[in-house]
Every structure is written in C-alpha cells, then in structure tokens.
Design a protein around this ligand. Structure first.
Ligand code: TYD
Length: 210
C-alpha cells in the first residue's frame, strides 16, 4: 500500500462497533488487506492513564470541559504513539472512536458546543482527520438493551447516563453525518454483522482502489 488510510468507527453505546471491526478485519484479510485495529486510548500507556481518570465511576464531579480536554489529551497521545507511525508506514488503521465521539458526547450531549470542542481537538489532532468514518446507526433504546443483555459485567460512568443523554448523542451523530457527507458513511446497525461488514468493505475497497 502506498498511502495509509485512516478509518474511524463511531456510534452510541451498544451499536456493535467492536464486533463489526473484528469481523471486518477478517473480511479485509481475504482481500489481501492488512489493517491495524486500535481504539482510543488503545495500547498507549499514557493515553490509557488519562482515560482511566475520565471513566472512573468515582469522578462524578468532573466538569464537562475538563472531560473534553482530557479526551483531547488522550487522543493526542494515542495519535502520536499509535496512529501516525502506522499511517506513515502506509498501513490501514481502523480506530474504534476518534474525534466525532468528542463532538457528539462532549460537544452536543454535554452541551459544550460542537465548534468549541472541535477547536480544542484541532490543537490535539493537528490536521489528522479520518479519511473515512463509519457511523453505526442504532437507536439508543436498542443499543442500551444490547448492553444490558451482553455486558452486565463492565459498566462505566458513561454507560450510567440517562437515556436522554444517549438520545442527544444519537441526534448529534446524525447531524455530523449530514454535515460531513463526504467523510461520514452511515451504516444501518440494526442489520446483521455480516450485512454491515459487507457494506463497509465495499466502501473501503472503492476508496482504496479509487
Ligand atoms: P468504552 O468502554 O470504550 O465504550 P464503547 O465500546 O462504547 O466505545 O467507553 C467509551 C466511552 O467514552 C463511551 O461512552 C463514549 C465516551 N467517549 C466520549 O464521551 N468522548 C470521546 O471523545 C470518546 C473517545 C469516548
């Protein structure tokens, strides 16, 4: 591969990003394409330490701007340590969440404002926008129900937010998908994993060969 491809996956709780990414990697391998899979903070010790502070259930007093700054800091470290070196080597990088998570969760659901959160993230990402973003579109009621069924063991501070918070996140993603139609591709996440992977693979191959 001559040039790296930076692909991010976004969506609300329980939309199935992690499962879809895993299945996608196998499908891409069949096409002879290797991808580096990561997630924020993914494998960077410093970024993970920052993230632990954010997700700690004890930190209920955290100010929304503090949270946004910490996510941006974590993102920066993950970008520099993991994403940029891989892109430089020409790899395809699949990241479970990136910038749009902050725009949706902090910008809209926490009420800071998309532009405000974007501006601190511009400092953090320094022009590294994803080449392609897949928004896994699932209504929050369905996503939260999936979590209740499959993941009762691992509940973090953000999972505990009210349904209204997750509805705001969902509306925010739909808004972002409208705002950046050339970058963000919406995938109906109520389909089977196989169907989702098929659609995603098709778009990636078009971009890759195009
Ligand atoms: P995680 O356990 O990684 O969940 P998921 O499988 O849904 O990605 O927790 C990530 C949580 O952090 C999730 O609720 C979304 C939130 N988040 C933000 O609020 N802002 C951000 O910038 C990022 C990256 C995540």
């Amino acid at each position: 591969m001559s040039k790296g491809l930076f692909i991010t996956f976004e969506g609300g709780e329980g939309c199935g990003k992690t499962t879809v990414i895993k299945a996608l990697v196998k499908e891409l391998e069949k096409e002879g394409l290797q991808a580096l899979v990561t997630r924020e903070p993914g494998g960077s010790l410093i970024a993970e330490q920052i993230r632990n502070v954010i997700l700690d259930r004890a930190n209920t007093l955290m100010d929304p701007r503090t949270e946004a700054l910490l996510y941006a800091a974590s993102r920066r470290q993950h970008l520099v340590e993991i994403v940029l070196p891989a892109l430089k080597e020409g790899k395809m990088v699949l990241s479970d969440r990136y910038l749009d998570s902050s725009l949706a969760y902090q910008g809209v659901a926490r009420g800071i404002g998309i532009e405000e959160v974007f501006s601190i993230n511009k400092f953090a990402i320094d022009q590294t926008m994803p080449d392609l973003t897949f928004f896994l579109d699932l209504e929050p009621e369905k996503g939260l129900e999936r979590i209740r069924q499959h993941r009762s063991d691992e509940v973090n501070r953000l999972d505990l937010e009210k349904l209204s918070f997750h509805q705001k996140v969902y509306e925010a993603y739909k808004l972002l998908a409208k705002k950046y139609p050339e970058r963000i591709v919406t995938i109906d996440a109520s389909m089977t994993v196989e169907q989702e992977v098929e659609q995603i693979k098709k778009v990636i191959l078009e971009r890759y060969h195009g």
